[in-house]
Ligand binder design. Structure first.
Ligand code: GAP
Length: 527
């Protein structure tokens, strides 16, 4: 997002565009303690973010829902019986041979291009270009290829730059061009690339030829830092699962088909981290490898794509209209993969397009084959019933937990200038960081005592917050911004009839509920 877009749009000036909505959300996320730039007091570190008190609560709630729905209470399979999926927490740093076998050392790379003029560094496949030509008589001359980064405002950026370039060239006859048909930098010929004006540059031909850049973070184990001690921070949680497939088979009573699930940190030295917490260099994944007989893999692939799309909608509460399934084209597939589909979400910065939230890949037996060969360990499964040995095939639903937090925040952000609290987060109540705010209307006449008693009781079952500071309107506004679905206010009547006001976040409507019934009331609403 551009710097101008980062500035918060005034609250009495409704955020009309997606860019404004995103800017307001980033601002709210910081102001209310969801997400902070990492090491901010030292100027931050590009691609790293910290989750504040509300952010960690929201992240944990999404994480726990995934774990519950994958491991503790997995889906019912196509034959009507519950699936068998077990959990795992493997080390972030594994033997480096892991990443040779998985193909990451040789191939986990992005194409990168540097700008000699601005010293900027870009993912080459993220640069889009359009050619500007100048006509003099019958002579047509190229003024160069303008470029910008794909995504938010690419067309507007190119149009603005084209206008400037035409002015700079002293006017004249510019050959009409179609900015909507911008071409990826990587699809141009080498001679065309040599004419490109970098996304932030003034002169043509300053972008270097795209070259491969491995995304794995390197480190060293032990006291000597050399080739032999080189290790990697894992770029995905998946490989730890394949390394433990045999351990799990030998130690648990699982039989194919079964799954192993893992949640944890992953690290990628992304060339251009961007769009808030969408693409970061440290993030969390929720991955599950489902091992199945080769002949059933197609059926399980379809099962998991459908199940995962439904999960984001029904369990996480993302709007159906902002979710879609996108099948990968054959040229997008990894060489080992026979099919892959993404669950995509319409983020404000991708509008009207969609961006990846989760990928479901049919990995065949690639990983088990590779690890069998490289470790010289037989990873075949013995199917006792049919008396045969085979390497199971794998279907992998792989999602980003931190990206999930982003999708929830984007989908939840609401603005209504006519409300006393114009900004609020319509987070699904069961995922909300705080389930109920408890307030005394005023700090006298026994109200704080009653409110505190209610708070102390309710917090045993729900995440609650007691707040007695400032006006009741201000307190409602604070809770709305935190996405708290219910506010419980003790007033003068509460002391007489033991009822409290329950205020609803999304409608600002109020009702009276008996104080003794509050736990049952919240349980029902949060179910
Ligand atoms: N094991 C397969 C795998 O890692 P992936 O598509 O590279 O597949 C899975 O990653 C998910 O992890 C993505 O759908 C996305 O949600 C999340 N993810 C990947 N790279 C990310 C990054 N740099 N920042 C945040 N989330 C990321």
């Amino acid at each position: 997002m551009s710097e101008a877009a980062q500035q918060k749009v005034e609250v009495n000036n409704a955020p009309v565009t997606a860019t404004q909505r995103m800017a307001n959300l980033v601002s709210l996320a910081k102001r209310r303690g969801f997400v902070f730039p990492a090491s901010e007091i030292y100027g931050g570190l590009n691609g790293f973010w910290d989750f504040g008190p509300l952010g960690i609560a929201l992240k944990n709630n999404i994480r726990d829902t995934w774990w519950r729905d994958m491991v503790e209470c997995p889906p019912i399979g196509p034959d009507g019986s519950p699936l068998s999926i077990v959990g795992l927490d493997s080390a972030i740093i594994q033997n480096p041979k892991t990443w040779v076998a998985s193909g990451h050392v040789a191939g986990f790379a992005d194409l990168m291009s540097d700008c000699r003029e601005t010293k900027g560094r870009y993912r080459a496949d993220h640069i889009v270009c359009t050619e500007i030509q100048f006509k003099k008589g019958d002579n047509v001359k190229s003024l160069g290829w303008l470029s910008t980064l794909d995504g938010d405002e690419a067309e507007a950026n190119l149009a603005k730059k084209a206008k400037k370039m035409i002015q700079k060239s002293g006017g004249g006859e510019i050959v009409p061009f179609d900015i909507t048909k911008a071409i990826p930098f990587t699809s141009l010929s080498e001679s065309q690339r040599a004419l490109v004006i970098g996304p932030d540059a003034e002169n043509p031909g300053t972008l270097t030829e795209p070259r491969k850049f491995n995304l794995m973070f390197e480190t060293y184990t032990g006291v000597f830092q050399n080739e032999d001690s080189r290790a990697y921070l894992r770029p995905e949680t998946a490989q730890g699962i394949f390394l433990n497939y045999k351990n799990v088979l030998d130690s648990s009573r699982v039989k194919v088909p079964f799954g192993i699930a893992q949640i944890g940190k992953a690290f990628r030295n992304e060339v251009t981290p961007r769009n808030f917490i969408f693409r970061t260099r440290e993030f969390e994944q929720m991955e599950m490898e489902f091992f199945c007989p080769p002949d059933d893999a197609k059926m399980w692939y379809e099962f998991w794509v459908t199940t995962r799309l439904k999960w984001w909608e029904e369990r996480i509460g993302l709007s159906k209209a902002k979710l879609q399934r996108r099948e990968h084209d054959s040229d997008e597939l990894a060489h080992y993969s026979t099919a892959c589909a993404d669950v995509e979400f319409q983020y404000p910065f991708s509008e009207p397009k969609f961006g990846e939230l989760e990928g479901i890949a049919h990995r065949g037996n690639f990983d088990l084959t590779q690890h069998s060969q490289h470790s010289k360990t037989n990873l075949e499964y013995f199917d006792q019933e049919n008396n045969k040995k085979y390497l199971p095939h794998v279907i992998e639903p792989a999602s980003g937990l931190t990206r999930g937090v982003l999708a929830v925040l984007c989908d939840a952000y609401e603005y209504d200038a006519s409300r006393a609290s114009p900004e609020w987060l319509r987070i699904k109540p069961s995922l909300a960081p705080i389930k109920a705010g408890v307030f005394p209307l005023v700090n006298k006449d026994g109200m704080p005592e009653m409110a505190e008693k209610i708070y102390l009781e309710l917090r045993q079952s729900f995440t609650c917050q007691y707040d007695a500071k400032q006006s009741i309107g201000r307190r409602y506004a604070r809770m709305d911004e935190a996405g708290t679905p219910f506010c419980l206010t003790v007033d003068g009547d509460s002391l007489k009839d033991s009822t409290v006001t329950v205020r609803h976040r999304d409608t600002a409507s109020q009702e009276r509920v008996n104080a003794g019934q509050l736990k049952a009331y919240l349980n029902e609403k949060l179910a």
